[in-house]
Design a protein around this ligand. Structure first.
Ligand code: CO8
Length: 373
């Protein structure tokens, strides 16, 4: 058995930023247009008017201040309300692969690994921009990796589930160097016209290089153990899929073809699931709360993270122990906990333990216990 080590991470951050104020101004302009266009139906009581969104609510409910997106022009145009992402020719690099190549390049540089040494590429994300060929295989070719590649989707837990898959293959010896990459174009499956969720997501890509311990020059993070768990729930759902066109109403603008959630229920049901999962994982691995120097959590909601941090550590986390990045990135699905890790791990000392944990649709929870080398 070999020991897997995270030796590098990379983050691709889109240049365009939407602040809460910009987002709310666009949403409110859209709501006003809709209300004006449907004034008679509203007056007859056949339709409820759309209510305004507010920056204060968004910050208070989520902790989000801004988000990066691939295209802000369409999202902020009240007549469009979605990103404008032109269809690319089949011979061109796809958008997910383009984001992934940038993140992979940064992760490989940090690890000091040449792309042609990689023999496993996992593209793990909440949604793939096409059914096949696998985006991972396109990324494999674009970066010049060898071996094999495949896609996987466990929504917000895709990165940790991908890390477990790669780490297990590394342990068994079937691969030598892996990269798990998470290109998340959440802006394209968010319903920007729904006040309840229009503020939640942003775009980003992260990449994580995993190698055998004996192949690294030190300084990485040994993967002590991983745990994944799932429990079926309809509370976070997106019905878009290839069956859409075969349904009689297939081409209609159906709300269920974008991200939908029952946020309150998710909040209440996922918190105990995650806390119990992490505490069990730590107990089984013989790592006590007092040994945990850092927790890099999924970035969906600040109150949620504060709660989980307190449960896991058994006290209110001190500043920096449980870093949040969602104020700058919003929820970036599977990439969130990896951004938090990538941007807040280098100050840990040899022997320090930390835990990456993601959770989301499915429901799904994935945790990765690490020790700094
Ligand atoms: N502005 C002003 N008021 C608002 C707004 C708004 N934008 N939105 C809602 N309100 C109002 C509501 O109407 C409600 O009013 P009333 O009390 O009169 O009914 C009031 O504010 C409170 O509403 P909520 O109870 O909904 O507000 P919450 O405090 O629960 O906050 C959150 C809403 C932030 C959504 C919160 O419930 C939350 O964070 N829940 C957990 C979310 C979560 O973790 N989801 C994870 C899903 S992501 C995942 O797994 C990956 C999916 C794939 C990625 C998809 C990419 C697009």
């Amino acid at each position: 058995m070999f020991t897997p080590v995270i030796s590098g991470t990379g983050v691709f951050t889109p240049e365009e930023v939407i602040t809460n104020d910009e987002l709310v101004a666009a949403f409110n302009a859209y709501a006003d247009r809709m209300n004006a266009a449907n004034a008679e139906a509203i007056a007859r009581g056949e339709m409820a008017p759309l209510e305004h969104s507010s920056s204060e609510f968004i910050f208070k409910a989520s902790g989000i201040e801004r988000r990066h997106v691939i295209d802000k022009s369409g999202v902020l145009d009240p007549a469009v309300m979605h990103p404008l992402l032109p269809q690319r020719a089949d011979g061109d690099l796809s958008l997910m692969a383009e984001m992934a190549v940038d993140a992979c390049g940064k992760a490989l540089d940090q690890a000091g690994v040449a792309a042609d040494q990689i023999d496993l590429v996992i593209c793990a994300a909440s949604n793939l921009e096409r059914a096949y060929p696998a985006v991972a295989i396109e990324i494999q070719q674009a970066i010049g990796a060898g071996g094999f590649a495949f896609d996987m989707n466990v929504a917000c837990s895709s990165a940790t589930f991908g890390i477990q898959a790669a780490a297990d293959m590394l342990r068994a010896g079937s691969v030598r160097k892996a990269i798990v990459v998470n290109p998340e174009i959440c802006s394209a499956h968010l319903e920007w016209r729904d006040r309840d969720c229009h503020f939640i997501f942003g775009d980003v890509a992260t990449a994580t290089v995993i190698e055998r311990k004996e192949d690294t020059s030190g300084g990485g993070f040994e993967i002590l153990s991983t745990r994944c768990a799932t429990q079926y729930s309809n509370n976070i759902r997106n019905n878009n899929g290839f069956l859409r066109r075969s349904r009689p109403d297939g081409m209609k603008d159906r709300r269920d073809m974008q991200f939908m959630q029952n946020g309150r229920k998710v909040f209440k049901e996922v918190l105990p699931l995650v806390s119990a999962h992490v505490l069990r994982h730590m107990a089984e691995s013989g790592v006590g709360s007092d040994e945990l120097r850092r927790i890099w959590l999924h970035q969906a909601n600040k109150t949620m993270n504060d709660f989980i941090g307190k449960k896991v550590l058994g006290r209110v986390p001190e500043a920096g122990e449980q870093p949040n990045i969602l104020q700058d990135y919003a929820n970036t699905s599977s990439a969130g906990s990896i951004i938090a890790f990538a941007q807040n791990c280098q100050d840990l000392k040899a022997g320090d333990c930390g835990l990456i944990c993601s959770f989301g649709a499915g429901y799904s929870v994935g945790s990765v216990l690490l020790r700094r080398l």
